[in-house]
Design a protein around this ligand. Structure first.
Ligand code: SF4
Ligand code: SF4
Length: 175
């Protein structure tokens, strides 16, 4: 959303990508998730760059931050946005509703599974979000968790057959 921050890896620029301006909500503009912002100038970025909301100024996706991710991971190419869930080290893959299964293609899925293995070992997660619906990535499979409501939690644990995951509804015991 923003190209003014300077402490980013060299060569990382949003350029013609604007996918986060579609996928994420901007409450200040009453812009819902999954729809293009009315201020987008397609292929050129933000049409209100000087006065854009703070939430837009603050956000960069993981492709911008992480120089190890190749051009195939740039959101306008991959059709999903990688970000870190606030307050955690969990990786969130926000899927473009126009290409909801793009993350299942390679090289994406094998890397997401690999990162999930490392994340789970540290108590973190790799999740794909389709709006409010979540899919958990495990090292050996994906698990559909359904809609994640306010206060719901996603619990991952290691069982005899490997990692498993479940959604714990708000107010429920850990079970
Ligand atoms: S998704 Fe990433 S690369 Fe694309 S515009 Fe947003 S911050 Fe920039
Ligand atoms: S205000 Fe600008 S940066 Fe923010 S979502 Fe809209 S087009 Fe993107």
């Amino acid at each position: 959303m923003d190209e003014a921050v300077t402490d980013l890896p060299p060569g990382r620029e949003c350029g013609t990508c604007t996918l986060c301006c579609k996928l994420f909500p901007v409450p200040e503009l009453e812009k819902p998730a999954g729809r293009w912002c009315r201020h987008i100038a397609q292929g050129r970025g933000c049409g209100i760059h000087e006065t854009r909301p703070e939430i837009c100024r603050a956000f960069f996706c993981q492709w911008v931050y992480n120089a190890d991710l190749g051009p195939e991971w740039k959101p306008e190419v991959s059709r999903f946005v990688l970000s870190i869930y606030p307050g955690s080290n969990s990786l969130v893959v926000t899927a473009d509703p126009g290409a909801p299964a793009a993350w299942r293609a390679e090289p994406y899925l094998r890397n997401l599974r690999r990162w999930a293995e490392a994340a789970l070992a540290q108590g973190d997660q790799v999740l794909v979000m389709h709006g409010a619906r979540a899919t958990a990535i495990l090292p050996d499979r994906e698990v559909e968790l359904g809609e994640i409501g306010a206060g719901d939690r996603i619990a991952t644990y290691r069982g005899p057959g490997g990692y498993d995951v479940k959604r714990i509804p708000a107010g429920a015991a850990n079970g």
